[in-house]
Ligand binder design. Structure first.
Ligand code: ADP
Length: 336
């Protein structure tokens, strides 16, 4: 289990709130549960806000307590629901949200989400001095200030499981299969999936690739009979559908291929044990950090310990893949 530092309690909190925002990720429920249970342990009341920042504006507030977070840890998605709220990009909207929190006597807000959600949290603190703590929840695993985000491990298991199944078909029918992973601009999920399934080719934004070049290499392979089937794992790289472009290019060269876009199955599902443990540690730690007077930070993990990073730093950086990952891909490439 992650080590949480011993912190001196300097704040006496009475009432906090929690919301989940942006893309949902498996393990968010485990984090909510840990926040509520830990807060209640220290006699702090918790209000849940439904549908992310939209709920702050619509007054979608629900009381949470140790009992109503029973049977939650194993459930995917988020019981508070998540949403995207365009209006939150406006300062006056954020002011309204902070006023709504203050009117209810809420003294701090914990936001679980990706970099967009953490940006919203940071602005609430910066502009109106409202105490916030962020927790990294995204299957994209692209948040700076933590080695791993809530949901990534589960999504990786799901994607690996799917590719293993597709491999059976690829071997049997001698086809190239193009499998597209989520991740927005990050190739983390794709590259880890590709390595774990010994994909013949992994295409990620972090290692720029040219469509013509890739398709030409696949054509050469097919012609030489060195490869009659294979798995190409590609990161969506900003928008869904790049795999269809590869398929079309290959078709122009006379090569049939099959496309599977893994899509939202990577987001849903029962959180893995590692995600439950991570989310429990981060949820628990967030209360300890709040009681120790921390604000405007994200709680992440590094080398088996929870750490905090300034939200301004978190949102102005991107977690990049380490060099060893890219080297590994380059050195393990079986075809080229
Ligand atoms: P994620 O948190 O998964 O990265 P988004 O980028 O869609 O997902 O952000 C989720 C929500 O966070 C947005 O719908 C919006 O309400 C809020 N948000 C995102 N970016 C900003 C921003 N620059 N300023 C204020 N709020 C933001």
């Amino acid at each position: 289990m992650y080590q949480i530092p011993d912190l001196k309690q300097i704040e006496t909190l009475r009432h906090i709130a929690v919301l989940t925002s942006g893309g949902d990720s498996p393990g968010m429920n485990a984090a909510i549960r840990a926040i509520v249970r830990t807060a209640n342990h220290f006699n702090i009341e918790v209000t849940g806000i439904q549908r992310g920042y939209s709920g702050l504006l619509d007054n979608a507030f629900v009381g949470l307590n140790s009992e109503n977070v029973c049977n939650l840890i194993q459930r995917g998605g988020t019981t508070l629901m998540s949403a995207r709220c365009k209006e939150f990009h406006l300062r006056e909207t954020r002011e309204l949200a902070v006023n709504n929190l203050r009117q209810r006597g809420i003294e701090a807000l914990i936001v679980i989400g990706g970099d967009g959600s953490l940006t919203g949290a940071r602005l609430m603190e910066k502009e109106f001095g409202f105490p916030v703590i962020g927790l990294p929840g995204t299957i994209d695993n692209d948040i700076y200030g933590t080695e791993v985000c809530i949901g990534f491990d589960t999504a990786l298991h799901t994607a690996v499981n799917a590719v293993d199944r597709i491999r059976d078909c690829a071997n049997s029918s001698e086809h190239f299969h193009i499998v597209e992973c989520m991740g927005r601009n990050s190739g983390a999920l794709a590259v880890h999936t590709g390595i774990a399934t010994s994909a013949e080719l992994i295409l990620i934004p972090e290692a720029p690739w040219q469509m013509d070049e890739v398709c030409h290499q696949l054509y050469q392979l097919r012609k030489s009979d060195r490869a009659t089937s294979g798995i190409i794992v590609v990161a969506e790289g900003g928008s869904t559908g790049v795999s269809y472009e590869i398929q079309q290019q290959l078709a122009l060269l006379g090569i049939d291929s099959l496309v599977t876009i893994l899509g939202h199955i990577q987001r849903g599902g029962t959180p893995s044990p590692n995600d439950r443990l991570l989310a429990s540690a981060l949820g628990n730690a967030s209360i300890h950090y709040l009681m120790a007077g921390y604000s405007n930070v994200m709680v992440g993990v590094e080398r088996g310990r929870t750490i905090t990073s300034d939200l301004a730093d978190v949102i102005s950086h991107r977690q990049s893949l380490n060099d060893s990952t890219l080297k590994l891909v380059a050195e393990l490439k079986p075809w080229f």
